[in-house]
Every structure is written in C-alpha cells, then in structure tokens.
Design a protein around this ligand. Structure first.
Ligand code: GLN
Length: 553
C-alpha cells in the first residue's frame, strides 16, 4: 500500500504546540495499529540546530545516527515508536546546501536554478524519503503560515497533494481561538484569517485543531466550520491540558483518529489507548512527591533542558510521585556555603546536567560536593559526570588542581580531556562524539541493577572524556567505573559505591526516555530520591514528638 500523508501547519502565533499536536497524531495512529514516520521541516537557514545557542533554539535533540535536531523530534520519539534519523529533520539550510552543491557540480546542466521547481523538488524528495515502509507519514512545517521562509515548504506540500491525490493527503492546521477578557468572548477571526492565508497559497485545510484555554462551544465550532470551509466534526478543540501527555487522549476523545482514517481512506482496528489513559490517571492521582534540584547553566530558559525535564517526570511517574523540580542556576551557588545549604537543603535528589563552557562550573562542583558528603542521591549527566570526576579527584583522590582541559587547558591534572583529538580522530562536522554508542556494564553496579542487561546503547554529544591515566588513583579512592565502551577506550559511567545513589554518565540518557517506558536511570534516581526523603522524614520524627510533648508540658 502506498504511504499516506498528514501535513501539520500552524497559524496565528508560534508556540501553540505544533510539535506535540503532530506527535499526538502519531500516537493516535499508532494506537490504531498503523506504522508511521514523522518529519519536521524547519524553514530557517541554519543547516541544523547544532550550532545554535540553547537560548535561541532550546535543546538540541540527538538521534541514534548522531544528527543534531530540533527538539520537536524529542516529542516524536516520546509519543511514538517512529525511528528517527537525520532524514527526519530538514531545514531550509539543508535544502539549499544540497541544491548549491548540485549546482556547483553542474548537475542542473546549465539550467537556471529556481525556488520552483528546484527548491520545492528537494523538499518533496525529503517528504518521500520518510514515506518508505510506513502507512502514514506525519509532516510538520515549522513556523507559521504567512512567514516568508515557510512559503517554499507550503508550495511543496500543495504539490504533494496534487501528485498523490486527495484521498492520500490530509492538511491539519493548528490555530488559536483566543479569549478576549474585555469582551468576555472567544474570537474566531484570527483562525479565519489564518485559514484564508493558507487558501491563498492553494491549500484548503481539512482539519482544524483549535487551541483554546477553555471549552469551545458548539456554536463556535459551527461558525469556524462555516467560515473556514471545513466539516463541523473537523473543528477539533485542542484545549489547554494539565500535561502534554493528556493530548493524545484528548484529541482521540473527539474522534480525530477516526476522522483522519476516513479522510485518508484507511481501514484500521479500534484504538488501543489503554497505556496513555492509565498514564493520565496516574498523573492525576500521585502518591507523594519528590523534589529534585537541577543545577545547570541555562535553567532560566526551560526549553534548553526539554528532554531532561520530561525524563525526570517519567522517572517520577514510574513511582507514582508528583515531580517538583528546583531549577538552580549553578553560578548562584557560588555565593557561598550558606547559599548552597539554602538552595539544596530541602531537596531529595541533585542532578547536574549537560552543558558547555566554564561559566557555572564552580557552582556545579559545590552541588556535587554537597550531594557526595551529605549523601543526597546524585545523578550527573555528561558535563555533570565530568564535574563529578573533577570534584572527586580534588577532594577525595588528593589532586587539588584536577580539572577538565575544557575549563583550564594548563591544568597539571587533566582528569577530563579531549581523548579523540589526541588520537587524531577526524570527523565530519567537528570533533564531537555524537549519536548512539554501545556501552558495557559491570555486573555488580547500580547501572546494571537499573538496566538489567549487560550491554546498552546510549546517545552522546560531547568533546571531552574521562582520562584513564587517572583511573587507578580515582578507583582506589572509591570512584568506580561501571560502564565503558566495549573496546575499553571510553569511560561511560562512574559510581561511588559507598553512597545511597551516586552515578555519573557520559551519555545523555534523557533522549531515550518515554512516558510509557521510563528510562531505567531516571526511574532508579527518582526512586533513590524518594527513599532518601523517607529516611530523612523518619530521622526527624523523634525530634518532632519531643517538640510536641514539650509544647504540651
Ligand atoms: N562540555 C562537555 C564536553 O564537550 C560536556 C558536553 C555536554 O554536557 N553535552 O565534553
């Protein structure tokens, strides 16, 4: 059977959650037993988001094949089982790069190279690349209708509908129905305009997902249907949800999957949404909570740690706990011991995530020292793992000047260094270790206890590594190596055995965590944090009883 296509565009304003909407459509169609793939087009001119600042762009999501992609791909992987590679995120920059390379090679045989048909042709080729071996390809166009940059993409998907036929292509448009407080009303005009803008470029939306912060009454839906030229049942309310994980069920309850199947002339078994529904029930009925401090360096911009935030939530959900994250800008801890105590004193676990550059390292080291000496569960990821090695080397292994050559190239004890540069590894696109690498675990370790299997595969994005010249000193002082690359070159996981839970990993486990399949390390870390909270509560009980009886007396 030929692949069917669902194109998801957005209108009125950005940040309406187009990525979550597209991912939810993926989840709904998978729940009907269909095989799907997902693609995100980004109309900007960067070749990929790898070099963009976290403030500009949010997290860079890394796929197994080492592509540095848009964070919406994280939603796609968390909501569906689509296999994602560099083919699943294509920017205008990538399209132009391909075309310019062809032009220089003379592939166009002297023709004038133009937006139509050459740019649109490359865009269509990208669409067809993700259509192999699946029933439905869901394709999200970044930006909003009306952006100059989006035009070639919209033109290309208009052509796809012509070429593939009406019964094989559906256009879903995500739009805003704002509530105007002064008038006390929901307004449909922005939606009407956005749908009209789409029509002007030859695309008639089939289904409207209307973002609102409240109930969308029947008369509103009728009005939108009439003015936007869609069926009334195709005006779907995408009401604000307490969690993004409620969205698939919320859209399914309005029959979105049935509608898509009907429009695409597809037959499929009834939906199997039990997993998602159970998840929502658990989220609404937590049995306790865990407080985790994340001590990082871009914390004021929450999108920069998107996958991490989700993975922590998945871990907490596995234990049926509500998650309370304290985002702490590492630099602020450098104010002194009092500040460290004030910010970290009440939390159940401490996590130091990934990052680049020197700023804030002092604060991260203080947080790690606090976790190690006060025996608070600690999880270090990438930069966080590297900092845990530095902290341990300085304060336990007797190397007071230990550092990473990233922060101090002249340090006498570079416990973290650029191993691959020394070995002369030259790689396309820079010296980063990117994408999935296998890792072998030590049998008697927290890592093995979590994963329950001796070999794992995790994704990387970093330049620096643990320096094995220091292995003997660090291991003898108590910092175990419990995961390494199968060839033994790279150290991937370190642990302190004499501690309730202290683990650092060189890879980014957060990229592979799913709400319905929480990542083992996040599950175990949050469980350790909850256990720590319980012991602390027990330890403080006698004192409270004493106070109470003292008051009575
Ligand atoms: N800056 C460190 C490195 O490049 C860590 C990177 C990261 O945390 N992703 O090795």
């Amino acid at each position: 059977m030929a692949c069917k296509y669902v194109f998801v565009t957005g209108g009125v304003v950005s940040s309406l959650g187009k990525g979550v909407a597209a991912a939810s459509i993926g989840a709904l169609l998978e729940s009907r037993g269909l095989r799907i793939s997902m693609l995100k087009f980004d109309p900007y001119l960067n070749v990929d988001p790898g070099t963009m600042s976290p403030f500009q762009h949010g997290e860079v999501f890394v796929t197994d094949d080492g592509a540095e992609t848009d964070l919406d791909l994280g939603h796609y992987e968390r909501f569906t089982h689509a296999r994602l590679t560099r083919d699943n995120n294509v920017t205008a920059g990538r399209i132009y790069e391909t075309i310019l390379a062809k032009e220089r090679r003379g592939d166009y045989l002297g023709k004038t190279v133009q937006v139509i048909p050459h740019v649109t042709g490359e865009i269509k080729a990208a669409v067809r690349r993700v259509s192999e071996g699946v029933d439905v390809a869901i394709i999200e166009i970044g930006g909003t209708v009306g952006d100059i940059e989006s035009l070639p993409f919209l033109e290309a998907i208009r052509q796809v509908r012509q070429e593939e036929g009406r019964e094989n292509v559906v256009f879903v448009h995500l739009t805003l129905v704002p509530y105007i407080a002064a008038a006390g009303e929901l307004k449909t005009k922005p939606t009407q305009h956005s749908v009209k803008d789409l029509r002007e470029i030859g695309i008639q939306a089939d289904i409207l997902l209307c973002r609102t912060d409240r109930f969308l009454p029947r008369e509103m839906r009728e009005k939108i249907a009439l003015f936007c030229n869609v069926a009334e049942e195709a005006v779907v309310a995408a009401t604000d949800a307490a969690s993004i994980y409620e969205v698939p069920a919320l859209l399914g309850a309005q029959g979105l999957d049935d509608l898509l199947l009907r429009y695409l002339h597809l037959e499929a078994p009834p939906p199997a949404m039990d997993g998602w529904e159970a998840l929502v029930r658990r989220m609404r009925n937590p049995q306790g909570r865990v407080a985790i401090a994340v001590v990082g360096k871009y914390v004021e911009y929450e999108d920069s740690y998107k996958s991490l935030k989700e993975a922590l939530l998945h871990g907490a959900l596995a234990g049926n706990w509500e998650l309370d994250v304290h985002w702490i800008e590492a630099q602020e801890l450098e104010a002194g011991a009092q500040e460290v105590e004030r910010r970290l004193g009440g939390v159940d676990g401490i996590l130091v995530p990934g990052g680049f550059g020197k700023r804030g390292i002092g604060g991260m080291l203080l947080a790690i020292e606090y976790a190690r000496t006060r025996r608070v569960p600690f999880f270090g990821i990438c930069l966080g793992m590297q900092c845990s090695v530095i902290e341990f080397a300085r304060h336990v292994a007797g190397l007071p000047e230990a550092n990473s050559s990233e922060f101090d190239p002249a340090t006498p004890d570079r416990v973290i260094y650029k191993l691959r540069e020394l070995r002369g590894v030259e790689e396309m696109g820079g010296t980063m270790r990117l994408g999935a690498w296998p890792c072998r675990l030590e049998l008697h370790s927290r890592a093995y206890a979590a994963y329950g299997q001796p070999e794992i595969s995790e994704r990387h994005r970093h330049r620096y590594e643990y320096n094995r010249d220091y292995e003997a000193r660090l291991v003898n002082a108590g910092l175990r190596i419990t995961g390494s690359s199968p060839d033994g070159q790279y150290v991937e996981i370190v642990e302190i055995e004499d501690h309730p839970w202290f683990l650092g990993c060189q890879f980014h486990p957060e990229f592979q965590s799913r709400p319905l399949e929480p990542h083992p390390l996040f599950r175990e870390f949050t469980a350790a944090a909850h256990a720590y909270q319980q012991t602390r509560a027990r330890a403080s009980e006698p004192e409270e009883i004493f106070h109470r009886s003292a008051r009575r007396a």
